[in-house]
Design a protein around this ligand. Structure first.
Ligand code: NAI
Length: 336
C-alpha cells in the first residue's frame, strides 16, 4: 500500500484527495495539508485521514508517507517539489510545473538529482480515454503525417469569478490554460515549438488586466518539424466547458470533443433538439484524474518512470511563457 500525503485541497486538490481515499488501488490517503482550516476539517470529517497539517514542511516530517501529491497554487509547485524530493518522497505535481523559467529549470535539476524517486506531472489529458485513443490512432498512421493541431480550451463563464480571484497566482491564461494544449500539441506532433505569436485581450472582464492577463487569447505556434499549432483559450464560454482538439494529417484528421456533450441524451423540447454540455474540468476529466494518480502509484510500485515527466513541464512552460511574452509585447517570440 502506497501512503500518500496531499498538499492543496482546493477545487482540484479536493477531488484528488477523494480519489486517493476511495478510487485509487494500492494507495492510502494518510495525510492532507492546506492553509485553509475549513478544507482540513472537511477532509478529516469526510475522508477519514489520519494526519492533517497547515504547514507543508511539517507534513514532510511524517516518515510513514511514501509520496506527496502537490495540488497547491501554481506559485508553490517548484518550491514544494524540491522540498518533498529532498525529504525523500516520490512526487506528483499538478500542472504547470512552475510559473517562470528560472524555477522550472531548477526543478528539473532537483528531479535529476533524485533519479531514484518517481516524479510525475499532472497533464491528465494524456490519460483521458479519448485523447489516449487518438494518440494510438496517430501512431498507427491512420491520418498519415500530422502537420496541424487546432485546440479549443474554453472555461465556462460561470467559473469566471474564480478565475479572476485565481489570476494573481495562476501565471496567466497561457501558463494556466493553454499549457494543456501545448503539452498535447508536442505529444501528438512529436516535435518542439520553435516560435510563438499570441494575441488576446479582456473582451468582457477588465479585471484580468490588473495581472497582465486576458479573458480570451489565441496563440499561433510553429514547430521544429514545421507543423502548425493554433490554440484558442478563453474564460467566457457560455455553453459550458469546451475542450476540443483537432489533429490534421496528410491522410485524414481526428477530432476529440467537437461538441462537448455531457452524455448521450438529447432533449427534444420547445428549444429544439438539445444536447447539454459538460460543466467543468472535474466532470469532463473525471476518469483521467483517477487514471493519472493510479499511474503514479503503479510507477512507484513497479519502479518505472511515468511518461509525463519534468522535461514535459520545462518544455510546456517555455512555450507558454513565450506566448505570454508575445501577448505582452505583440511580437513573434523565437524559442531557443
Ligand atoms: P485553489 O486555489 O482552489 O486551491 C489551492 C489550494 O492550495 C488550497 O487548498 C490552499 O490552501 C492550498 N495552498 C496554497 N498554498 C499553500 C501552501 N503554501 N501550503 C499549503 N497549502 C497551500 O486552486 P485549484 O484550482 O485547486 O488549483 C490548484 C492547482 O491545480 C493549480 O496549480 C492549478 O493550475 C492546477 N489545476 C489543474 C487542473 C487540471 O485540469 N490538471 C484543473 C484545475 C487546477
Amino acid at each position: 500500500m502506497i501512503k500518500l500525503g496531499i498538499v492543496g485541497l482546493g477545487r482540484l486538490g479536493k477531488r484528488h484527495a477523494e480519489n486517493i481515499a476511495f478510487r485509487i488501488q494500492n494507495a492510502e490517503l494518510l495525510a492532507v495539508c492546506s492553509i485553509v482550516e475549513d478544507e482540513i476539517k472537511d477532509a478529516q470529517k469526510n475522508l477519514g485521514v489520519k494526519y492533517a497539517y497547515k504547514d507543508f514542511s511539517e507534513m514532510l516530517k511524517n516518515k510513514e508517507l511514501d509520496a506527496i501529491v502537490i495540488a497547491s497554487s501554481s506559485t508553490e509547485h517548484c518550491k514544494q517539489i524540491e522540498e518533498a524530493l529532498n525529504a525523500g518522497f516520490h512526487v506528483f505535481s499538478e500542472k504547470p510545473l512552475g510559473i517562470n523559467m528560472h524555477e522550472v529549470l531548477r526543478a528539473r535539476e532537483v528531479v535529476g538529482k533524485h533519479n531514484d524517486k518517481i516524479f510525475m506531472l499532472g497533464f491528465m489529458r494524456r490519460y483521458d480515454a479519448s485523447y489516449a485513443y487518438a494518440k494510438k490512432k496517430i501512431e498507427e498512421g491512420i491520418i498519415g503525417r500530422p502537420f496541424l493541431i487546432r485546440c479549443y480550451g474554453l472555461d465556462p463563464v460561470k467559473a469566471v469569478q474564480g478565475a479572476i480571484a485565481f489570476s494573481e497566482k495562476s501565471g496567466g491564461i497561457f501558463l494556466d490554460m493553454a499549457i494543456h494544449d501545448i503539452d498535447l500539441a508536442r505529444w501528438y506532433l512529436g516535435s518542439e515549438v520553435k516560435s510563438a505569436y499570441a494575441i488576446g485581450g479582456c473582451y468582457e472582464y477588465p479585471e484580468f488586466k490588473k495581472y497582465n492577463d486576458a479573458d480570451n487569447a489565441v496563440a499561433l505556434l510553429q514547430f521544429k518539424n514545421d507543423a502548425i499549432g493554433i490554440l484558442y483559450v478563453g474564460r467566457t464560454c457560455t455553453h459550458g466547458y469546451h475542450i476540443e482538439t483537432e489533429i490534421v494529417g496528410t491522410e485524414g484528421s481526428l477530432r476529440i470533443g467537437s461538441i462537448p456533450q455531457k452524455n448521450l441524451v438529447t432533449i427534444f423540447d420547445e428549444k429544439g433538439a438539445v444536447q447539454e454540455c459538460v460543466s467543468g474540468f472535474l466532470e469532463r476529466f473525471d476518469q483521467a484524474y483517477v487514471a493519472e494518480i493510479q499511474e503514479f502509484v503503479n510507477c512507484i510500485i513497479e519502479k518505472r518512470k511515468p511518461k509525463v515527466g519534468v522535461d514535459d513541464g520545462v518544455m510546456s512552460t517555455k512555450v507558454a511563457y513565450a506566448c505570454k511574452e508575445s501577448f505582452e509585447s505583440n511580437k513573434l517570440v523565437i524559442i531557443e
